[in-house]
Design a binder for this molecule. Structure first.
Ligand code: ADP
Ligand code: MG
Length: 228
């Protein structure tokens, strides 16, 4: 469902962020991608979202080669992927409800569906009673829950999270990871980029370790390697 074949990404500056990376993620998997700063994790996420084109190799998502998708159809492909970032990226001047509804409005979901799906999604992330709040009235953990609700409201098959707990304390980090695990149990493929050693070791999921743009290890029920 999500495959990188001999993917190399060299930026115009000359930096090779990824070098001959091969990764195969099956439908329904929960995968951590770890590695020290600069190892190529965010580049990997950007390639999967087709925000960047690899210099070599190819990326296949749900049976489609990303390079073959015409510009006009990129938005359809992105609907298959929800994405969450370290800094939440919520709209400051919109309520929690509007932040989640926004993802549906851009794809022109009829209002009656939005009125049903947004509350259901907010309840799923544990924020059913906060729909009228503004982002600044929420804790970091709650803001990330809103971002997760927004990422999932269009029912993507894959959720990509780039350091989703990077700005959270240990307790909130664990709660967000538990939420991502629950999302995964409901059938969404989940890919989490993280630095959080404790969580990775605790969760016992597949762990892909990047080092300087190369896959150093890829293990089922792995741990966070010490050299990282
Ligand atoms: P990580 O997310 O693991 O910290 P990145 O994917 O952000 O790593 O970066 C990998 C390497 O690519 C780093 O050396 C970084 O400086 C470089 N890099 C990232 N983005 C760009 C860019 N837009 N232009 C040039 N080099 C970049
Ligand atoms: Mg990064």
């Amino acid at each position: 469902m999500l495959r990188l074949e001999h993917v190399t990404m060299k930026y115009p500056t000359g930096v090779t962020a990824l070098n001959d990376v091969n990764i195969d993620i099956k439908k329904g998997e929960f995968v951590f991608i770890v590695g020290s700063s600069g190892s190529g994790k965010s580049t990997l996420i950007k390639l999967m979202l087709k925000e960047l084109e690899p210099t070599q190799g190819r990326i296949v998502i749900n049976g489609r080669v990303l390079a073959d998708i015409p510009r006009k159809q990129i938005h359809k492909m992105r609907r298959e992927m929800g994405v969450v970032f370290q800094n939440f990226r919520l709209l400051k001047d919109r309520t929690v409800y509007e932040n989640v509804a926004f993802a549906q409005r851009v794809i022109e979901t009829p209002t009656r569906f939005i009125g049903r799906q947004v509350p259901a999604m907010l309840t799923m992330v544990g924020l059913g009673d906060k729909y009228k709040s503004f982002p600044k009235e929420l804790s970091g953990g709650e803001q990330q829950r809103v971002a997760i609700a927004r990422a999932l409201v269009n029912n993507p098959s894959i959720l990509l999270a780039d350091e989703p707990t990077g700005k959270l304390d240990p307790k909130n980090s664990m709660e967000i990871m538990n939420l991502l695990e629950e999302v995964n149990k409901r059938g969404t493929t989940v890919v989490v980029v993280t630095h959080n050693r404790e969580i990775v070791n605790l969760m016992q999921k597949r762990v892909i370790t990047l080092k300087k743009g190369v896959v150093l290890s890829d293990e089922q029920r792995g741990g966070y390697l010490d050299e990282n």
